[in-house]
Structures are given as structure tokens and as C-alpha cells.
Design a binder for this molecule. Structure first.
Ligand code: ZN
Length: 253
């Protein structure tokens, strides 16, 4: 695939306009313009001095909730200050125009919903809620933030005095079955999957574009850096995610 940027955007716009069951799949790259570093990029922000595979691991949460929350509380603080960027807005706009059925996201940052996307499948969970593993109770993000800023090291369930766990998929945990079932159905039915800001390396989500291809659908990529689907995609836009999506929207009929 080697088109000039404008040409590729026009190709993608045409694919979106002619698709009937298109779906978007997003990864960390779409949130980078909001100021959230991709932890796979070494030496950035929160992840500079820690190994995410260790501190954001389910074993770390079980072993020492206080230590886990020392780190995760910083993450909550950072995420409380950021908002959606024009790439999230563009994805919401595609859904409003009826060009995509929804968005499957690997991100836990709530930014697709904040931008106005209605059908959002969060396959790695979301920071929207923290959950009590004893009683299943849920506490919202703002309430957890209030507990943390009051100086409590670990937010606890008011009923069980059990440590709350962010409702996100930590390392070492399975993906939520319901969300993966929804994502799998959308991918299998899709005649076009537009993958944005994901290196498509982390399974099982990385297998979703392959499922679309197996069922006769097509895939398009907007992402910097290589993916396992670079050869099989109809078109790849490898520039800045905001600029590329702007160009695609501008090229829509
Ligand atoms: Zn509880």
C-alpha cells in the first residue's frame, strides 16, 4: 500500500461510505493526542520508572492493595484531567452519520463515551467503576477519586471493607466474556473493520481483524508503526491519527 496521504484518506472514505456493517477498533494510539502516553512507548510519564506488567498485575493487587493503589491512584489522577481529542470526536461522528455500527476499544479511559460514541465495547474494561470482589458492589470513578484524595491509601467497599478493584483488565486477568462476545459478533458481521491507533499485537483483540477477514470483510488501518495486518489491509494511513481522521471525514461524500 503506498498512496499519498490525501489519496489514502479518499480510499478509506469510499470504503466507509460503501460499507454496510463497518466497525471501528481502537487502541492506545487514539488517546495519545489527549496526553495519555502509550505504556509500550518506553520512558513516558507514569510508566517511566515502573514495569506495567508488574505494578498493574492482578497478583500485585492481591498481594498489596496499598502498593497497587499508590500506583493506580496516580493513574486515576492523571486520567481525571484529560478529555477526548478530535480523533475520538471523528469516531463519534462516523457513528452519528450511520457509517459505523460502533467502536470496540482496548482503552480503559472512557474517552469514546465522553466524545459521544453510543455503542462502545470496552474489551479491557473501564475506569468508570471500581468493583468489590466480595459483594459485587460498584463505586463510580469520581467517588473513588474523592476517597483517594482524602488520603485513604486503598479505596474499600463500604459494606465489606474489602479493597476495591478498578473495573479494568489487569495483567494476568481474563477479558470480560460479555464484552468479548459482543466484539466478536461485531467483527464477524463487519464488512469493514477500521483499526485506529493499535499495533494489533495483544490477543485476543488482535485476532478480531483476522475474524473479519475470514468472514469476507475488509480491514483498513490508521496507525503509526507496523501491524500484523499491513499486507492484508485495503489501505493504511500511517500519519498523525488526528490529521488522518480529519482527512477521511473531509473526503466523505
Ligand atoms: Zn463489598
Amino acid at each position: 500500500m503506498s498512496f499519498a496521504t490525501g489519496t489514502s484518506a479518499a480510499v478509506l472514505a469510499e470504503l466507509l461510505a460503501s460499507a454496510e456493517r463497518a466497525v471501528v477498533l481502537t487502541g492506545a494510539g487514539i488517546s495519545v493526542p489527549s496526553g495519555i502516553p502509550d505504556f509500550r512507548t518506553p520512558g513516558k510519564g507514569l510508566w517511566e520508572k515502573v514495569d506495567p506488567m508488574k505494578v498493574a498485575h492482578i497478583d500485585a493487587f492481591r498481594r498489596s492493595p496499598d502498593e497497587f493503589w499508590t500506583f493506580y491512584g496516580q493513574r486515576f489522577a492523571m486520567l481525571s484531567e484529560i478529555g477526548p481529542n478530535p480523533a475520538h470526536d471523528a469516531v463519534a461522528e462516523l457513528e452519528r452519520r450511520g457509517l459505523v455500527r460502533g467502536v470496540i476499544t482496548q482503552n480503559i479511559d472512557r474517552l469514546h463515551r465522553a466524545a459521544g460514541s453510543q455503542t462502545v465495547i470496552e474489551v479491557h474494561g473501564s475506569i468508570e467503576w471500581c468493583v468489590c470482589e466480595m459483594c459485587g458492589g460498584k463505586v463510580g470513578f469520581d467517588d473513588v477519586r474523592a476517597i483517594l484524595t482524602s488520603g485513604t491509601p486503598t479505596p474499600e467497599c463500604a459494606t465489606c471493607i474489602s479493597p476495591l478493584k478498578p473495573n479494568v483488565v489487569l495483567f494476568g486477568e481474563m477479558l470480560p466474556e460479555d464484552a468479548m462476545a459482543d466484539a466478536t459478533a461485531l467483527a464477524a458481521e463487519a464488512d469493514l473493520m477500521l483499526c485506529i491507533g493499535s499495533s494489533l499485537e495483544v490477543y485476543p483483540v488482535a485476532g478480531l481483524p483476522g475474524l473479519t477477514l475470514d468472514k469476507g470483510g475488509r480491514i483498513a488501518l490508521i496507525t503509526q508503526g507496523p501491524t500484523p495486518y499491513d499486507r492484508e489491509c485495503e489501505v493504511k494511513l500511517a500519519g498523525d491519527v488526528v490529521e488522518e481522521l480529519d482527512a477521511v471525514l473531509a473526503a466523505l461524500p
